[in-house]
Design a protein around this ligand. Structure first.
Ligand SMILES: C[S@@+](CC[C@H](N)C(=O)[O-])C[C@H]1O[C@@H](n2cnc3c(N)ncnc32)[C@H](O)[C@@H]1O
Length: 322
């Protein structure tokens, strides 16, 4: 196998996004993509093994059990692109099933260099699979993958782990439409979606007893201290996970436990926090099985198969670009 990575050119601006998110009127916010620096990506791996967080295990069980059905449903010569691959562990099942029928090109697209490196290491031993990683944002990376398409080749996009849940429903449809517009008719998208479940179970999954998810969330402030010279005092912030019933999501926040001012030199701001005020850092929207097909249709896909885990409500949905 061949393993390569394309790693220049990431175009995000952490300082500008921090300034915009913390100076906006109303709810302060930081984009969840900044949770995934070196430490954040490593902590996410630990979260995926916690007993409270059944999501990754459900996703993995479905891929292990149904990889052959999934690849049989995407005939022809197929290249695989994965958006936000993380460590890529679960992807092994798809690549192994596909590599029995063809030589396979696998293109993980990741914003986190650490996650991309883990993924390349994890999957580099599979025969007949060549890996070319893109250290890019999702759509930028997918555009580059599509530019590598060979004549007659189809693309199977993997968007696993319910990462789609980080978008609100409207932005999720917009994102899927953008993915569809990069693809050709007949290409496919395997979309993992975490399904609705009781609030108590959700809060436990995003606020585990050991405090790993709390560390994952608070690491965003550590990152701002390190990269932007900020002076967040971690003892003055705490992790909070709460259910938003209207949005059907779980939200992660960082709550200021006192009134305070935080200086962020590289973002050229000083930010005031009142006691109890929060920074909203991530949302995880939950889906009902029935809404996937109409959502996919609005974005230009046809949902042809769904597989649901029998232990943790989670669905793998196979969508074909119309
Ligand atoms: C919730 S984790 C899921 C990882 C893996 N797919 C899984 O199912 O376990 C989301 C992954 O997407 C990456 N990511 C987040 N925002 C991104 C963006 N805008 N572009 C590319 N990758 C991104 C993160 O670095 C992280 O590895």
């Amino acid at each position: 196998m061949v393993v390569q990575a394309i790693s220049t050119n990431l175009s995000y601006d952490f300082a500008a996004d921090v300034r915009a998110g913390l100076t906006r009127t109303g709810q302060k916010e930081l984009p969840s993509k900044y949770l995934y620096d070196d430490v954040g990506s490593a902590l996410f791996e630990v979260i995926s093994r916690l007993p409270e967080y059944g999501l990754t295990r459900a996703d993995e069980r479905l891929l292990r059990r149904h990889a052959h059905d999934i690849v049989d449903a995407v005939p022809g010569t197929v290249a695989v692109a994965e958006l936000g691959s993380g460590s890529g562990k679960k992807t092994r099942w798809i690549l192994e099933a596909l590599s029995r029928r063809q030589r396979t090109f696998y293109y993980p697209v990741e914003i986190s260099r650490t996650a991309l490196a883990m993924c390349e290491r994890e999957l580099s031993d599979i025969d007949s699979v060549s890996i070319l990683g893109f250290e890019r944002e999702y759509l930028e990376g997918l555009l580059e993958v599509s530019a590598c398409r060979r004549k007659g080749q189809r693309i199977l996009v993997l968007f696993l782990g319910s990462t789609i849940g980080n978008f609100n429903r409207e932005a999720g449809v917009q994102f899927l439409s953008s993915v569809r517009n990069i693809l050709a008719s007949g290409d496919s998208l395997l979309l993992g979606t975490d399904l609705e479940k009781p609030a108590s179970q959700l809060v436990r999954a995003y606020d585990d007893e050991l405090g790993v998810t709390a560390a994952f969330n608070l690491n965003l402030l550590v990152r701002a201290n390190r990269e932007l010279g900020a002076d967040f005092d971690l003892r003055q912030f705490e992790h909070e996970a709460k259910v938003n019933y209207e949005a059907r999501s779980v939200e992660m926040h960082l709550r200021s436990t006192t009134s305070q001012v935080v200086n962020i030199p590289a973002a050229e701001v000083s930010v005031e926090f009142s006691e109890g005020e929060t920074i909203w850092t991530e949302s995880s929207h939950k889906y009902s099985l029935d809404e996937i097909s109409p959502t996919a249709a609005t974005a230009g896909f046809r949902c042809v198969r769904q597989w649901v885990d029998d232990q943790w409500p989670f669905a793998e949905n196979l969508l074909i670009a119309e």
